[in-house]
Each structure stands twice: as C-alpha cells, then as structure tokens.
Ligand binder design. Structure first.
Ligand SMILES: [Zn+2]
Length: 141
C-alpha cells in the first residue's frame, strides 16, 4: 500500500489553518481508513464511505490549527472531486473562524456537489479549449 501525505495551508479566514492530505493507491484502504477515523472522531460515527472516491474529515468545535483531513484516491483526482472535498473543509474553516451558524449538513452536501460539478465542467471546458497547456499561472492558482 502506497500513500503520499502532505499539508496545504491558508490564512484567508484570518487564522492560520492547515489541511492534511493523504493520497492512496488503494481505494479500499482509503475507505477503511475513513471509516476508522469516522468511528473514532466523527459526530456521525455511522457515516459510511463504501462508495466514496474522496473523503473530507473536519475537526468541529475545538480550536485547532488543523482544520481536518482530505483523503483522495489516485484514480479519481479530477477537478470536480477535489473542489468538492476542499469545499467541505473550507466550510468548516469558515464556520469555525467566521460564522458558526452558516450551514446545516444537508445544505453543505448540496453546495459541495454544486461546486464540484461546476468546477469540473469549467475546467473540462478550459482544457478542451487548450487554456491549460502550461502548468499553473503567474499567480500559482
Ligand atoms: Zn461530500
């Protein structure tokens, strides 16, 4: 089993917040690790990940630098899925640092699907039109 771990960070909420990212070769291992984490730490310990291609876990209600974990499977690293998982963590950071009453979980899931799908479609359209021939841009975004 191969996993690659790294961190990304942001100060956009006014606080320094990090996200741990784990990329798996083995989809089954990603799902098993997500389930184990969920049973230990999640507010919804019966959450299931047997269909998940990516998972976002976030720390709720405690003051931490770490906002949470994003688990990705190397077979599904598209712009839509990444935007979906990042949005879960962005909502967590925003709620914790800026507006605690922003979302109910059902609305959050719909928002993450909207952002993921629209991001995937926009990126696919940009690829098709050859806007991504060069890696990144001058702003690194
Ligand atoms: Zn989701």
């Amino acid at each position: 089993m191969t996993v690659v771990k790294f961190q990304i960070a942001t100060r956009r909420s006014g606080e320094y917040r990090t996200i741990s990212v784990i990329v798996y070769d083995d989809l089954g291992q990603m799902r098993r690790d997500a389930t184990r984490w969920g049973k230990l730490y999640s507010a919804n310990p019966n959450g299931y990940f047997d269909q998940a291609l990516g998972v976002a876990h976030r720390w709720n209600g405690t003051k931490r630098t770490s906002a949470g974990i994003i688990r990705l499977w190397r077979g599904a690293l598209g712009a839509g899925l990444i935007a979906h998982e990042v949005t879960h963590l962005a909502i967590g950071i925003y709620q914790h640092d800026c507006n605690k009453d922003l979302f109910e979980i059902e609305n959050e899931e719909i928002l993450c699907h909207l952002i993921g799908e629209l991001n995937a479609k926009l990126c696919a359209a940009l690829w098709k039109r050859k806007f991504y021939e060069k890696e990144g841009n001058e702003h690194g975004e």
